[in-house]
Write a protein of this length. Structure first.
Length: 164
C-alpha cells in the first residue's frame, strides 16, 4: 500500500521496526479522560503499551488480511492507517496522526482517497468512531452518515454515488 497523497505525504507498509512509533502514536490519541491519571508515568506507559498490544491483537483476529501503513512526511513517521479491503466494503480500522500533524488536511486527503477506492470497487466505506470527537466531525464533513452503534462507538458509512 505504498501511496503518495501529496507532495510531502507518503505511506508505506508498517513493519516490525515501527512498533515503538505505533505505540507512541496510540498513546497520543488517548484523551485525558481515557488516560490513567491516577497512575505514575511508568505505570501509565506500561498500561498504554498493553492496551495498544490488545488492540493490535483484536484487529488482527477480526481482520487478519488488513493493510497497516505508516504515514510519512519528509521521511518522518507522523501517523498510521489500517484498512480492511473486503468484497463488500472498505473498513477503516484506524486512522491516526500525531497531534502536531492534525488539522492540516492530511486525514481529509486519506479519506478522499479511500472514498475514491470505494467508488472504483463499488463498495461502501465504513468505520467506527467515538461520538463527539473531531474525527466524527471530519467523517461527517466527508459525507459519512450514522449507521448504528457498536458499544461505545458510532458506526458510520459512506456510500459511493452508484450504490445510493
Amino acid at each position: 500500500m505504498s501511496t503518495r497523497t501529496s507532495r510531502t505525504i507518503e505511506m508505506r507498509p508498517a513493519e516490525a521496526a515501527d512498533q515503538a512509533f505505533m505505540e507512541l502514536l496510540y498513546a497520543s490519541t488517548r484523551t485525558a479522560d481515557q488516560r490513567m491519571g491516577a497512575c505514575d508515568t511508568a505505570t501509565e506507559a506500561l498500561l498504554m503499551a498493553l492496551q495498544f498490544r490488545a488492540r493490535q491483537t483484536q484487529l488482527h483476529a477480526y481482520y487478519p488480511y488488513a493493510d497497516a501503513a505508516v504515514i510519512i512526511e519528509r521521511e518522518r513517521p507522523i501517523g498510521a492507517l489500517h484498512v480492511n479491503y473486503g468484497s463488500d466494503e472498505i473498513r477503516i480500522l484506524d486512522i491516526s496522526l500525531l497531534p502536531e500533524c492534525r488539522s492540516r488536511g492530511i486525514g481529509l486527503g486519506l479519506l478522499r482517497s479511500l472514498q475514491a477506492q470505494g467508488v472504483r470497487m463499488r463498495v461502501p466505506v465504513r468505520l467506527d468512531v467515538l461520538p463527539g470527537t473531531r474525527a466524527q466531525r471530519l467523517f461527517q464533513r466527508c459525507g459519512f452518515t450514522l449507521n448504528g452503534a457498536n458499544g461505545l462507538y458510532l458506526c458510520m458509512e459512506w456510500m459511493p454515488p452508484l450504490l445510493t
